[in-house]
Design a protein around this ligand. Structure first.
Ligand SMILES: Cc1cc2nc3c(=O)[nH]c(=O)nc-3n(C[C@H](O)[C@H](O)[C@H](O)COP(=O)(O)OP(=O)(O)OC[C@H]3O[C@@H](n4cnc5c(N)ncnc54)[C@H](O)[C@@H]3O)c2cc1C
Length: 382
């Protein structure tokens, strides 16, 4: 009996490491399994930084989760004695009716959040590194900022281990099965048995849960670091994280670009949130930079960040796993109540890993959670 775990977590990336931490912290006997090493760069949780914000333009229903997420990031910093979150604010820029501007204003109003409304001229005076189109509105959220992504993953893992969790890294799971009494997880290193299973397999979710026929699309997302000699882009100069929603030409779709203040006082990270090529096998994604990757970023940089070198000095490739409605899936498996799933985080999930790791741990142990995740149920997609 001693080899039977309370819970196995399949995939210890952004969400899995947090679930593992919350389960271990409750004194449960837990095992985390991953096909790669700790805080690796082959999935969706790498590339230095992730934006965190409360005035959520995607939907106001996310805001209560974000309030709890902020508390839990603070607790993780206190327990680990290290800084994971930098509160430098977020500047959203777009047409007044754009999703980013109108959605952030709606969430701020519904949840009485602290945001400032600025004109393009006011924002360009406050942050002279930006060139903002005259017809844009700006919403600034001072409590937003960024998380250091790999450090968050590593810290959740380190503290999970400190609370007694076991890890099987570099151990791809080849199959799993569940009955009323137990779950069995077969890895290349052998089989492990537990009372319940949390599946947080990121870009591999559709294949790991092939039985569910999940409507997930994996997108290749390049990110770029551009050099600058201007101090205006430095974190220490008051530069915020930023997100521009650029209207499409001739009635075309809007394109969104985002970025971070320079944390090394030399380079600044910029990427496009919209678009992305579909990836058929996440193990074999093309990680080289293509001309068609860098061209739209160079154009955006020339228009809106004029003191940045438009040619990138470094790049990386990351993966989004998107649902048709771009909202997450956090639920129990419809056929197996002792299997819990978190997937389809659609390129905006990382800031929630603290709170949704807690919710996944609740679902795996109690079958329910007090976190308001009803809008993330799987049945809406089936
Ligand atoms: C470029 C980019 C920018 C982003 N920006 C933001 C942002 O600013 N703010 C924000 O909140 N979010 C952002 N996101 C989204 C966020 O990073 C992701 O939603 C989140 O990291 C997804 O975490 P995950 O646990 O689902 O996936 P991952 O972290 O990839 O974890 C999945 C894990 O499962 C493992 N696994 C899969 N299959 C198996 C198997 N068969 N056996 C064993 N292990 C397996 C994988 O190895 C992996 O470690 C961004 C994402 C990208 C790519």
């Amino acid at each position: 009996m001693s080899d039977i775990f309370d819970v196995i977590v399949l995939g210890t990336g952004g969400f899995g490491c947090s679930a593992l931490y919350h389960l271990a912290r409750r004194g449960l006997k837990v095992l985390g399994v991953d096909r790669f090493g700790a805080a690796h760069d082959r999935g969706s949780s790498h590339g230095e930084t992730r934006i965190i914000r409360k005035a959520y333009f995607e939907h106001p229903d996310y805001v209560p989760l974000l309030l709890r997420a902020y508390d839990l990031w603070g607790e993780l910093e206190a327990e680990s004695h290290q800084q994971l979150f930098w509160q430098c604010g977020l500047m959203l820029a777009g047409l007044p009716e754009s999703e980013a501007i109108s959605g952030a204003r709606l969430s701020a109003k519904q949840h009485t959040l602290n945001v400032e409304n600025l004109t393009a001229t006011e924002a360009s005076h406050r942050w002279p590194g930006f060139r903002i189109p005259d017809d844009f509105d700006v919403v600034f959220e001072p409590e937003a900022g960024f998380l250091k992504v790999e450090a968050c993953v590593q810290t959740h893992l380190d503290l999970a281990i400190a609370h007694g969790a076991r890890l099987q890294l570099n151990a791809p799971v080849v199959s799993w099965s569940a009955s009323d009494r137990e779950v069995r997880v077969q890895t290349i290193n052998g089989e492990f048995v537990a009372k319940s299973l949390v599946i947080t397999a990121g870009a591999w979710s559709a294949s790991v849960m092939a039985d569910l026929n999940l409507p997930l699309q994996v997108l290749r997302k390049p990110l770029f670091w551009h050099q600058t000699s201007s101090t205006e882009y430095n974190l220490g100069s008051g530069m915020p994280t930023f997100y521009f929603e650029m209207p499409g030409n001739n009635g075309g779709e809007a394109r969104s670009f985002y970025g971070f203040p320079s944390i090394d006082n030399t380079t600044l990270k910029v990427a496009e949130h919209s678009g992305g090529d579909t990836v058929s096998d996440p193990l074999f994604v093309d990680r080289e930079c293509r001309k068609e990757d860098s061209q739209p970023i160079a154009q955006f940089v020339q228009s809106c960040l004029p003191k940045l070198n438009p040619q990138a000095s470094r790049q990386a490739v990351c993966l989004y796993t998107v649902t048709p409605d771009r909202h997450f899936v956090v639920d129990r498996h419809p056929q197996h109540p002792n299997v819990v799933i978190g997937c389809g985080f659609s390129g905006h999930g990382f800031k929630f890993t603290s709170v949704l790791g807690e919710a996944l741990a609740d679902l795996a142990t109690d079958g329910h959670t007090k976190q308001p995740i009803g809008f993330l149920r799987l049945s809406r997609l089936q």
